[in-house]
Design a protein around this ligand. Sequence first.
Ligand code: GDP
Ligand code: MN
Ligand code: MN
Length: 253
Amino acid sequence: MKMEAFTVENVPLIREGDDIASIICDNANIIDNDIIVIASTIVAKAEGRIFRLEDIHAGEEAQRIAAKHHADPSFIQAVLDRSHEVLMDFPILLVETKNGHVCIKAGIDDSNVEKGYLVDLPEDPDASAANIGKKIEGICGKKISVIVTDTNGRAFKIGQTGVAVGLYRIHPILNWVGEKDLFGNILEITEEAIADEIAGMANLLMGEGDGGHPIIIVRGLEMRSHEDASIKEMYRSDREDLIKKGLRGLKQT
Ligand code: GDP
Ligand code: MN
Ligand code: MN
């Protein structure tokens, strides 16, 4: 078995209105079943999701949390505005975004964006992935999948890794339940988080700094699915999520 991952070259600094699908088709020879992995940072920039703190008015809760972090209350307000729930406010500001993604500071970045500006996550990363994916298919005439990624920390371990935050035509989970292992035992639990695995691999080529490689093509995996694929297939329901329950319990003590 073999798979490949490579960078798309000549990607400019992305600005609002830029057409990421055309940039990809102009600079890469796409083939059927390619998985196109795109850093959320450039998707958000193309969608105009950059902003300045001076345009934000901080409310009481933002002031309270900001004081604990010695942070700018306007920044905390920006995080709260994008959050469905604050799971922990100190020493890390861990939230569930309105789209259901759990991450630090709602995924707002001040890196790889002009000084004085911040860059959001895309508002609906599945929709962003679908827009770009359909457009690529229209231009190139190839059947592809798209994964929009961000860099996130993880519980229990030091270090950040690329994760999927939005998808087009690739299910995030590969279900092994019911398959056999080498000894004929039936697998009962394993659900492989393939979108995160691919995101992690692609992130190795993207890097985090000034590399300028926000788009990676992963070739050799046949994962293309129906259009109904969604990142939300990967998010545990509130009822099943024991970690969230634990964090809510901690907030009350
Ligand atoms: P995130 O993981 O989505 O938050 O994105 P990062 O800030 O970690 O950037 C991932 C990669 O994309 C790095 O190689 C950056 O240098 C690159 N990058 C970010 N913004 C741009 C851009 O506007 N143009 C280009 N060419 N590269 C960018
Ligand atoms: Mn990021
Ligand atoms: Mn990153």
